[in-house]
Ligand binder design. Structure first.
Ligand SMILES: C[S@@+](CC[C@H](N)C(=O)[O-])C[C@H]1O[C@@H](n2cnc3c(N)ncnc32)[C@H](O)[C@@H]1O
Length: 268
């Protein structure tokens, strides 16, 4: 399919991205532009709407832009992290099962892996529903390069998009579903990002969220307070539900395991 983006400089202008950009077996290099003429580079299939590196407000955010973090993130940390954080055996396959069950990607649907890092969720959605289209969005070039590498190895086609979640380059009601794994805890301006998610999801769309909540035990809280200094934030389940509500979502299902919380959200 051709992906329609909203120009970052003129919200009435669109940018049509040809299907071949998502075909990762064939490197695509060139540019895409809006009818107003604003032009954006596509390098090795990664569509870059940002150009310059954004200013970072936290250590957590800047480390995501290091090549080393991107290279080791998924295999060394991500695939083991939920077992460590939930305090029980929680293999990545179990997380994928829940992701697919709650998101139920449909034929012809369009899904956004929001703050994708290596696009673990986006790749899982595509594996479950080959006839859906996936946009994997992050503002870190290093993460997107790693996502490209892993998706090509999996023979998974995706649109890889470098953009800022605080100003999504999509028109209203574009997506059948949005998935966000762990990104909420790292956001600055989380409410702005959630409002943007609400704007671009369809009325009957589904939003799968995995985030980390405040620990109950004092030592867990102490640890969380120290990582908060690096820009990672935690809420209680009630606090994060209030946040979802404020942004226009209602909780349809929720499951917590240790400090890991999975939520299926719907626009209200
Ligand atoms: C915890 S990681 C995401 C992990 C991934 N979703 C997963 O399930 O493995 C958070 C990611 O969000 C990205 N990110 C944070 N703030 C962002 C923003 N405003 N716009 C786009 N990406 C953002 C970071 O670059 C980082 O790659």
């Amino acid at each position: 399919m051709t992906l329609e983006l909203r120009s970052p400089v003129n919200e009435r202008a669109d940018i049509m991205v040809p299907d071949e950009v998502s075909s990762l077996a064939t490197p695509f290099n060139g540019a895409v532009c809006s009818q107003d003429g604003d032009e954006y580079q596509v390098t090795n299939n990664i569509i870059d709407l940002l150009g310059e590196e954004p200013g970072f407000t936290s250590i957590a955010q800047s480390t995501n832009h290091w090549k080393l973090t991107a290279a080791i993130y998924e295999d060394i940390w991500r695939k083991r992290s939920l077992s460590l954080l939930s305090g029980e055996d929680f293999p990545i396959e179990k997380e994928h099962e829940l992701l697919i069950e709650w998101t139920a990607p449909k034929e012809g649907g369009l899904y956004l892996d929001f703050g994708c890092s290596t696009a673990l969720y986006g790749r899982a959605l595509k594996a479950a529903q080959k006839k859906a289209d996936i946009v994997a969005l992050d503002f870190s070039s290093q993460m997107l390069e790693e996502a490209r590498f892993k998706a090509e190895a999996d023979e998974t086609d995706l649109f890889l998009l470098r953009a800022d979640g605080r100003n999504l380059p999509f028109f209203s009601k574009t997506f059948d579903g949005i998935v966000m794994g762990g990104t909420l805890n790292e956001l600055t301006e989380e409410l702005k990002v959630l409002y943007e998610a609400h704007r671009v999801i369809k009325e009957d769309g589904v939003f799968f969220m995995m985030h980390l909540i405040k620990a109950d035990a004092w030592y867990g809280r102490l640890l969380q307070e120290s990582v908060s200094l690096g820009g990672i934030r935690f809420w209680t389940v009630d606090e994060s539900n209030k946040l979802f509500n404020q942004a226009g979502f209602r909780v349809e299902e929720q499951l917590t395991k240790g400090i890991v919380c999975f939520t299926k959200l719907r626009p209200k």
